[in-house]
Design a binder for this molecule. Sequence first.
Ligand SMILES: N[C@@H](CCC(=O)N[C@@H](CS)C(=O)NCC(=O)O)C(=O)O
Length: 221
Amino acid sequence: MGKLVLYGVEASPPVRACKMTLHALGLQYEYKLVNILAGDQLNKEYTLKNPQHTVPMLEDDGKCIWDSHAIMAYLVRKYGKEDSLYPKDYYKRAVVDQRLHFESGVVFQGCIRNIAAPIFYRNGTEVPRYMIDGIFDMYDFLEAFLGNQDYLCGSTLTLADFSCISSVASLLGLAPIESKRYPKLSAWIARMEQLPDYQSNNGNGAQMLIDLFTAKIKKIV
Ligand SMILES: N[C@@H](CCC(=O)N[C@@H](CS)C(=O)NCC(=O)O)C(=O)O
């Protein structure tokens, strides 16, 4: 087995999704801090490896992969002893892929990065109300995806759960989830919080991002 290095920072949801995956697979890895608020990701050494200069990035024996969704799928394919986190069955995998793409485009990009970028990179202090409304629209979708299942793709945990909880747990300050309105989503969050080492892999970092939002956002307009 090659040497695995994960580049990231705790507050980043996609970094935490990768940490949960590495932990679930029982993989040892080196963690290299990239302080994105200080611009560490823009240095030449990092952009030569990842021209998109995002975290997370995984280095496996010198080969680089970025985008959390690509990293997580790679880790299960290459190192998983079984395929339950990312099933080989074509239909089951398609369902996981749908939720992963949903996380990538709607949850992370639509509800986190589009709010965070003006605030963290351009010193903004306000968030338009429609963006907060968009978070609740996204929660409505997750509530529907869950149906009567314990996890997002059925009765067992998959990469979709790691991916979505990393972002959803980071939004609980901006858009709190009431169990009356979202019974299935709140039960799913509570279930995810029971995972071994949940706090160190996701909970603490999610709270860091919540605190950063709270410190920077002065007004919803
Ligand atoms: N879809 C990507 C999103 C990656 C992303 O936007 N990461 C943010 C931190 S949460 C980042 O690296 N920002 C710094 C930059 O873009 O320069 C993934 O899942 O990995």
